[in-house]
Design a protein around this ligand. Structure first.
Ligand code: ADP
Length: 492
């Protein structure tokens, strides 16, 4: 089966969050299942090309029409482990920027990329079984293919799949932005097409994805149910419910080779699940000491809580701040690693960092730091994910793999993967963490306090849960097989 992924991110060469992990992990897992998979990605300025093999120019001077002019582009080919990759470099400087997202021109940048990717596939002339799109950045491809390219008959795609990693980001533009590509934007401004439900003169690119994709895959089963509600569909309630039959949730996996305490090049003391409990705990303790030194924390045997994620509203910034303060009271250590995307949220965290300066039990880092993320997973006892909503969530799963215990709000994929150790209704062998339901500081407090008390008062049980969590199977193999089954059903 020929599967082409078109996406804005691909871990580890271009990653902001989970989207990148998914595109990378799913592609390699599908290749292991014998499928022919490739990924098309913009060539960003800071793309980590050192990690690529056979990186070379594939075609120069590939022309794309935009804003009444032809623009020259270069296409590169490479391999990332076993995944075939094509990178599109534009001479307009849409992608030669330091960040992947966060520019005023984001919508134009990704619309341009959508057209360039389609033109690229058209020029290759291969028959594609599954064209797999990811979030709003590439959702417009479903519209362009069904409305334009499929009519030209030069590009043959059997089915289009759209993964929903986050429904909140939808990609809004004006008809003229589509006109700029040489297509007819105004013709899409209709209720049953891309017209935004709330802004009558605006097009909604993700809405187009729901209409024109053949299958919609939210990244967990629970999230697939949640997005059917008014509250969680972010204005797309009508179209999501209208296309309900096409929606099927599949939980993400994690790349178990990349995330492995046995081989992780970023951690000093390696460990693995088959080892005796003491060995695992000792390795984690040693990694904790390395981390404490690295972050200038007190070198004490205390419970450690880590939170790793984008500092945006979705991730519950107020609850994270509350947990940081709470950990001081409960004699725990806390490390926050999060990049800032929003000035207001950023300011409040900077203020907290300033107020806690000199506190040897708290470390707050505002950056994207792959190495530190690995060091944290290997050292930590607890991983905190207090999200307002969470389509799947990867850090709780990566945390399991490194023998830690999650403390999460029961939402989206977190509710599909974390089961409370104190909940009598849950089977003992399923229990693996601490959960809370209400999005409030008091609900967080109760789960957070139970977790820290568990570490102090019930150390043996706590350690055995940590070891057991390492054996939980959230590998891509399982999820990739679900994707494969879905693809096959679509092609029947
Ligand atoms: P989202 O996709 O909403 O950003 P996920 O939990 O699904 O959240 O995925 C986040 C991924 O990004 C995880 O692999 C996590 O380790 C990583 N990550 C998030 N923030 C950082 C950071 N500041 N530094 C390093 N890795 C990060």
């Amino acid at each position: 089966m020929k599967i082409v992924n078109i996406a804005a991110e691909l871990a580890p060469i271009a990653k902001v969050g989970g989207l990148g992990d998914v595109v990378g992990g799913l592609s390699s897992a599908l290749i292991k299942e014998g499928q022919d998979v490739e990924v098309i990605l913009p060539k960003y300025l800071n793309l980590n090309t050192k990690l690529l093999k056979d990186f070379k120019v594939y075609k120069r001077n590939f022309k794309i029409f935009e804003k009444r002019r032809w623009h020259s582009n270069t296409r590169y080919s490479a391999r990332l482990i076993s995944v075939k990759i094509y990178l599109i470099e534009d001479k307009k400087n849409y992608f030669a920027k330091p960040k992947i997202y966060g520019y005023k021109s984001d919508v134009n940048r990704f619309l341009y990329f959508c057209k360039a990717a389609l033109e690229f596939l058209k020029s290759e002339g291969e028959l594609i079984d599954i064209l797999h799109l990811h979030d709003w950045h590439t959702a417009a491809i479903a519209t362009f293919y069904k409305k334009i390219y499929s009519l030209e008959k030069k590009l043959k795609v059997k089915k289009i799949v759209l993964s929903i990693h986050n429904l909140k980001y939808q990609g809004h533009c004006k008809p003229k932005d589509i006109d700029n590509l040489g297509f007819d934007g105004r013709s899409l401004l209709k209720d049953d097409l891309l017209k935004d439900p709330f802004r009558p003169r605006t097009l909604n690119l993700l809405k187009g994805g729901f209409i024109f994709a053949d299958k919609i895959i939210p990244v967990s089963e629970n999230y697939a149910k949640e997005i059917l509600s008014k509250e969680n569909s972010y204005g797309l309630f009508k179209i999501v419910n209208k296309t309900k039959k096409k929606i099927k949730g599949i939980i993400n996996g994690i790349d178990t080779i990349y995330w492995s305490a046995k081989t992780d090049k970023f951690i000093k003391y390696k460990y693995f699940e088959e080892q005796p409990l003491k060995k695992i705990i000792d390795a984690k303790k040693n990694n904790k000491k390395v981390l404490q030194k690295y972050l200038n924390l007190e070198e004490a045997d205390k419970p450690l809580v880590c939170c790793i994620g984008r500092l945006v509203e979705q991730k519950g910034p107020d609850l994270i701040k509350h947990a940081i303060l709470r950990s001081i009271k409960l004699n725990a250590q806390f490390v926050l690693l999060g990049a800032i995307f929003n000035k207001k949220i950023g300011r409040s965290f900077y203020n907290l960092q300033k107020a806690l300066k000199g506190n040897k039990n708290i470390a707050i880092r505002f950056e994207h730091n792959e190495k530190l993320a690995h060091m944290l997973f290997a050292a930590t006892d607890f991983v905190l994910v207090p999200s307002l909503f969470e389509p799947c969530g990867l850090t709780q799963m990566i945390g399991f793999r490194y023998g830690s215990i999650p403390i999460v709000r029961k939402t989206g994929g977190l509710a599909d993967t974390v089961f409370d150790l104190d909940d009598k209704k849950i089977l003992a062998n399923k229990k693996n963490g601490f959960t809370f339901e209400k999005f409030s500081t008091s609900a967080l407090d109760s789960a957070f306090t139970r977790a820290i008390n568990f570490w102090y008062k019930n150390p043996n049980k706590c350690r055995s849960v940590m070891k057991k969590n390492m054996s939980l199977n959230f590998s891509w193999k399982k999820s990739a097989n679900k994707y494969l089954k879905t693809y096959k059903n679509l092609l029947k």
